[in-house]
Design a protein around this ligand. Structure first.
Ligand code: HEC
Ligand code: HEC
Ligand code: HEC
Ligand code: HEC
Ligand code: HEC
Ligand code: HEC
Ligand code: HEC
Ligand code: HEC
Ligand code: HEC
Ligand code: HEC
Length: 296
C-alpha cells in the first residue's frame, strides 16, 4: 500500500510539471477511477488544456492542489464541496466570474442558501433543469394542467423564462417586466397598435398565467367571466332590458335577444366577436363614433 502511494507520488511529481490535462485526470483516477470515468466527457475535463484566470481546469481546477492529499491519502488535505454555499460558490466563481457579484449574491436562490452544486451535478452530467422539479414540485405540476407552456414536452425549459442565477424580484430573463419576456416569443402581441387594449399593454398576466391553467389559452378565468371582471355585458351578448334601450359604449341600444339575452351572454365567448383582443390597426365599424371594439 505504502508502495503504491509512493509510486503515485512519483507519478504526480512528473505530472504536475506538465500542464497537460489528461494526466491530471489519470493521476486522480488511480484512486478515484469511478469519479474520473464519470468525468471523461464533462466540459471541465475537455477544456483542461486551457487556463482560466491563471488556473488550470480539470480535477485540480476545482479541488485544488492534490499533492499533499495524495501523499497522505488524507481526505482532509483536499478541498471538497460540502454544500456550504458561500465556500462552494466561491470555488466556482473564481472561474465563472460572470456568475459573481452582485447578481448571484443578490439572487433569491443565493439568499435561500443554495449552492451552485444544488443544481449542477458536476460529476454526473445531469441536466441541471431536473433540479428545478425537486424543489419546485408545485410549479412543475402546473405544467400538467390541461393548458400549459410546452415545458414537459421538451419544447422549452424553465430557463427559457427564468435565469436562476440572477437577482430580481421575479427572476425573469427580462427582469421585472413580464411583457418584455412574453414579447420575445409572441412578437405579434407587441404593438404599438392604433386600437390598443389597455390591460394588454399593461401586463399580460392580468389575463394569463405563466405556467399552466385549467382554462384555455392559459387564461386566469374562462370567458366571459374573464372580461366581466372589468366590463359589463352588452346588448348583443347580454343585458335583459325590459325597460327599453340600454347604454352600450355611450349609445342607446335595444337587446335583440330579449329575455334570452342574459343566458346568451353567459354562454358566449366575447372574443368570438372581439377577436383582436390584443389590439388591432383596423377600426370596428358597427357603432357610429366607435372603432375601438377590436373586432377585426
Ligand atoms: C493514492 C490514492 C489517491 C489519489 C492518487 C487521490 N486520492 Fe483523493 N482520496 C483518497 C482517499 C483514500 C480518500 C478518502 C476516501 C474516499 O473519499 O474515497 C480520498 C478522498 C478524496 C476527496 C473527498 C474528500 C472528502 O472530504 O471527503 C476528494 C475531493 C478527492 N479525494 C480528490 C482527489 C483529487 C482531485 C485527486 C487528484 C489530484 C485525488 N483525490 C487523488 C485517495 C487518493
Ligand atoms: C467543476 C468542478 C469540479 C471538477 C472539475 C472536479 N470535481 Fe470533484 N467534486 C466537485 C464537487 C462540487 C463535489 C461535491 C459533490 C458533488 O456535488 O458532486 C466533488 C466531489 C468529489 C469527490 C468526493 C465525492 C465523490 O463523488 O466521491 C471526489 C473523490 C472527487 N470530486 C474527485 C474528482 C476527480 C478525480 C476529478 C477529476 C477527474 C474531479 N473531482 C473534478 C467539483 C469538481
Ligand atoms: C478552473 C476554472 C473553473 C472552475 C473552478 C469551475 N469551472 Fe465551470 N467551466 C470552466 C470553463 C472554462 C468552462 C467552459 C466555458 C464556459 O462555459 O464558460 C466551464 C463550464 C461550466 C458549465 C457549462 C457546462 C456546459 O455543459 O455547457 C457549468 C454549468 C459550470 N462550468 C459550472 C461550474 C460549477 C458549478 C463550478 C463549481 C463547482 C465550476 N463550474 C467551477 C471553468 C471552471
Ligand atoms: C437554481 C439552480 C441553479 C443554481 C443554484 C446555479 N445554476 Fe448555473 N445553471 C442552471 C441552469 C438551469 C442552467 C442552464 C441555463 C440555460 O440552459 O440557459 C445553468 C447554466 C450555468 C452555466 C452555463 C451557461 C451560462 O448561463 O453561463 C454556468 C457556467 C453556470 N450555470 C454556473 C453556475 C455557478 C457558478 C453557480 C453558483 C454561483 C450556479 N451556476 C448556480 C441552474 C443553476
Ligand atoms: C435546492 C432547492 C431549489 C432548487 C434546486 C431550485 N430552487 Fe428555485 N427557489 C428555491 C427557494 C427556497 C426559493 C424561494 C422560495 C420560493 O419562492 O419558493 C426559490 C425561488 C425561485 C423563484 C422565485 C424567485 C423569486 O424571487 O420570487 C424562481 C423563479 C425559481 N426559484 C426558479 C427555479 C428554477 C428555474 C430552478 C431550476 C433551474 C430552481 N428554481 C431550482 C429553491 C430551489
Ligand atoms: C413562459 C415563461 C415561463 C416558464 C417556461 C416558466 N416560468 Fe416560472 N414564472 C414565469 C412568470 C412570468 C412568473 C411570474 C409570476 C408573477 O410573479 O406574477 C413565474 C413565476 C415563478 C415562480 C415564483 C412564483 C410561483 O408561482 O411560485 C417560480 C418558483 C417559478 N416561476 C418556477 C418555474 C419553474 C420551476 C419552471 C419550470 C418547471 C418555470 N417557472 C417555467 C414564467 C415562466
Ligand atoms: C421562450 C418562448 C416563450 C416565452 C418567453 C413565452 N411563451 Fe407563450 N408560448 C410559447 C410556446 C412555444 C407556446 C406553444 C405554442 C403551440 O403550442 O403552438 C406558447 C403558448 C402560449 C399561449 C397559448 C396557449 C394555447 O393553448 O393557445 C399563451 C396564451 C401564451 N403562450 C402566453 C404567454 C405569456 C403571457 C408569456 C409571458 C409571461 C409567454 N407566453 C412567454 C413560447 C413562449
Ligand atoms: C384582457 C385579457 C388579455 C390580456 C391582458 C392578454 N391576453 Fe392573450 N388572450 C386573451 C384571450 C381572451 C385569449 C383567447 C382568445 C384568443 O385566442 O384570442 C388570448 C390568447 C392568447 C394567445 C394564444 C392565441 C393567439 O392569439 O396566439 C397568446 C399567445 C396570447 N394570448 C399572448 C398574450 C400576451 C403575450 C399578452 C401580453 C402582451 C396577452 N396575451 C395579454 C386575453 C388577454
Ligand atoms: C383587467 C381589466 C380588463 C379585462 C380583464 C378586460 N378588459 Fe377590456 N378594457 C379594459 C380597459 C381598462 C379598457 C379601456 C377602457 C377605456 O379606455 O375606456 C378596455 C377596453 C376594451 C374594449 C374597447 C372599449 C373602448 O371603449 O375602447 C373592448 C372591446 C374590450 N375592452 C373588450 C374586452 C374583452 C372582450 C375582454 C375579455 C377577453 C376584456 N376586454 C377584458 C380592461 C379590461
Ligand atoms: C356578437 C358579437 C359580440 C359579442 C359576443 C360581444 N361583443 Fe362587445 N361589441 C361588439 C361590437 C360589434 C361592438 C361595437 C364596436 C364598435 O363599433 O367600436 C362592441 C362593443 C363593445 C364594447 C365597447 C366598445 C366601444 O367602442 O365603446 C365593449 C367594452 C365590449 N364590446 C365588451 C364585450 C364583452 C366584455 C363581451 C363578452 C361579455 C362582448 N363584448 C361580447 C360585438 C360583440
Amino acid at each position: 500500500m505504502k508502495r503504491s502511494i509512493l509510486l503515485a507520488m512519483v507519478a504526480v511529481a512528473c505530472v504536475l510539471t506538465l500542464p497537460a490535462f489528461a494526466e491530471d485526470g489519470l493521476v486522480c483516477a488511480d484512486c478515484h477511477d469511478e469519479v474520473a470515468a464519470g468525468m471523461k466527457n464533462q466540459i471541465h475535463m475537455r477544456i483542461q488544456p486551457f487556463e482560466v484566470n491563471d488556473r488550470e481546469v480539470g480535477c485540480v481546477g476545482c479541488h485544488g492542489d492534490g499533492v499533499a492529499h495524495m501523499e497522505e491519502g488524507d481526505p482532509t488535505l483536499i478541498r471538497n464541496f460540502d454544500n456550504e454555499s458561500a465556500d462552494d460558490a466561491q470555488a466556482c466563481v473564481e472561474c465563472h466570474a460572470e456568475k459573481n457579484q452582485p447578481e448571484w449574491a443578490a439572487s433569491t436562490h443565493a439568499m435561500e442558501g443554495l449552492a451552485c452544486t444544488d443544481c449542477h451535478d458536476i460529476h454526473s452530467r445531469n441536466n441541471p433543469l431536473n433540479s428545478c422539479k425537486s424543489c419546485h414540485a408545485d410549479v412543475y405540476t402546473e405544467f400538467m394542467m390541461p393548458n400549459h407552456h410546452p415545458v414537459l414536452e421538451g419544447k422549452m425549459s424553465c430557463s427559457s423564462c427564468h435565469d436562476p442565477h440572477l437577482a430580481t424580484e421575479m427572476q425573469l430573463r427580462t427582469h421585472t417586466r413580464a411583457n418584455d419576456l412574453c414579447y420575445t416569443c409572441h412578437q405579434d402581441k407587441e404593438g404599438p397598435f392604433i386600437f390598443e387594449h389597455v390591460p394588454v399593454v399593461e401586463d399580460c398576466s392580468l389575463c394569463h398565467l405563466p405556467h399552466g391553467s385549467v382554462a384555455e389559452a392559459l387564461l386566469t378565468a374562462s370567458e366571459p367571466m374573464l372580461c366581466l371582471q372589468c366590463h359589463e355585458l352588452h346588448f348583443h351578448a347580454g343585458l335583459l332590458s325590459p325597460d327599453g334601450p340600454i347604454d352600450v359604449g355611450g349609445t342607446e341600444r335595444e337587446s335583440p335577444w330579449g329575455e334570452h339575452s342574459m343566458n346568451l351572454g353567459f354562454t358566449s365567448r366575447c372574443s368570438q366577436c372581439h377577436s383582436q383582443i390584443h389590439g388591432t390597426d383596423l377600426p370596428s365599424q358597427t357603432v357610429p363614433g366607435g372603432g375601438h371594439g377590436m373586432v377585426r
